[in-house]
Design a protein around this ligand. Structure first.
Ligand SMILES: *Cc1c(COP(=O)(O)O)cnc(C)c1O
Length: 238
C-alpha cells in the first residue's frame, strides 16, 4: 500500500477501534465488570497483513484467522513478541503441525482426534499450546463445535493431554436480526463454563470467547472475556 492509502486506513481503523473499545467499555460497565477483563481479538481473515500492522500499531495485540493457508504467510511476515495469533476456524488434523508451529492459541478445538494431534505436535515442538473448546450451543447443523452434551466428557479427556492447556470455551452464535435473540446461547455457554470450572480443577478456565461484530455487546453482558471482531474494525468483507 502506498503512504496515502496507509494513512487513510490508519484513520479509518483508529475511528473504528475507538468505537469498538467504547462499546466494550459500556457493555462491561452495564454488567459491573472492568473493560480490562475483556480481550479484543481483531479478526483479520481476508485482510492483507498491512492492515494487521496498522491495527497493531494502534494497540491491538490479538488477531484471529480462520484459514490456515491464508494465515501462515501473514504470521510469517508479522509476529512481534507481544502479539498473539488465534486460530478461530474449523481445523483439520492434517494441518495441526503447521498450526502448532505458527499460532499462539487455538480457539476451535472440537474433537478428541484434533486435540490429540495438536498435543502430539506441540510435544514434538516442545511447546505448550493454550486452547479453547468450541461448543455448538445452538445445535445448528451448519455450525462447527462439539455438542453441549458431549463437552464435559471431552473436556475431561482433553484436559489429560500433556501439551494442551484448556483455558476456556468458545462459541459462534447463530446469525439473527436482533442480538437479543442469541443472549440465551451466551448464557448457556456461561453455565457450562461455570460447571466445568467446578468439575475440572486442573484447567485455568479463564476465557469465554463469545461475541462478534453483531452481538459482542450482548456477549460481554453475559460474561465474555474474549470478543472476536472483524467487520466492526476492518469494514465489510468483500
Ligand atoms: C469471521 C469470524 C469472526 C468475526 O466476524 P465479524 O462478523 O466480522 O465480526 C469471529 N469469529 C469467527 C470464528 C469467525 O470466523
Amino acid at each position: 500500500m502506498d503512504d496515502q492509502r496507509t494513512s487513510t486506513y490508519e484513520e479509518l481503523l483508529a475511528a473504528n477501534l475507538a468505537q469498538v473499545c467504547s462499546n466494550i467499555a459500556e457493555a462491561a460497565s452495564r454488567s459491573k465488570r472492568s473493560p480490562g477483563e475483556i480481550t479484543l481479538v481483531a479478526v483479520s481473515k481476508t485482510r492483507p497483513v498491512e492492515l494487521v500492522k496498522i491495527a497493531y500499531n494502534l494497540g491491538v495485540k490479538n488477531f484471529g484467522e480462520n484459514r490456515v493457508q491464508d494465515a501462515l504467510p501473514k504470521i510469517a511476515d508479522f509476529h512481534p513478541p507481544d502479539m498473539r495469533w488465534h486460530m478461530i476456524g474449523h481445523l483439520q488434523s492434517n494441518k495441526a503441525a503447521k498450526v502448532v508451529g505458527a499460532f499462539d492459541t487455538v480457539q476451535s478445538v472440537d474433537s478428541m482426534h484434533l486435540a490429540q494431534t495438536l498435543s502430539r505436535y506441540a510435544e514434538e515442538q516442545r511447546k505448550h499450546l493454550p486452547v479453547l473448546l468450541q461448543v455448538n450451543v445452538s445445535g445448528e447443523k451448519s455450525k462447527e463445535g462439539m455438542a453441549l452434551s458431549e463437552a464435559p466428557e471431552l473436556a475431561r479427556q482433553i484436559a489429560a493431554l500433556p501439551a494442551l492447556e484448556i483455558q476456556g470455551l468458545m462459541t459462534i452464535a447463530p446469525l439473527v436480526e436482533n442480538p437479543e435473540e442469541v443472549r440465551s446461547v451466551f448464557r448457556e455457554l456461561r453455565k457450562l463454563f461455570e460447571r466445568l470450572k467446578d468439575e475440572i480443577r486442573e484447567c485455568s478456565w479463564q476465557h469465554l470467547s463469545m461475541g462478534m461484530t453483531d452481538d459482542y455487546c450482548v456477549a460481554i453482558e453475559e460474561g465474555a472475556t474474549i470478543v472476536r471482531i472483524g467487520r466492526a474494525i476492518f469494514g465489510e468483507r468483500t
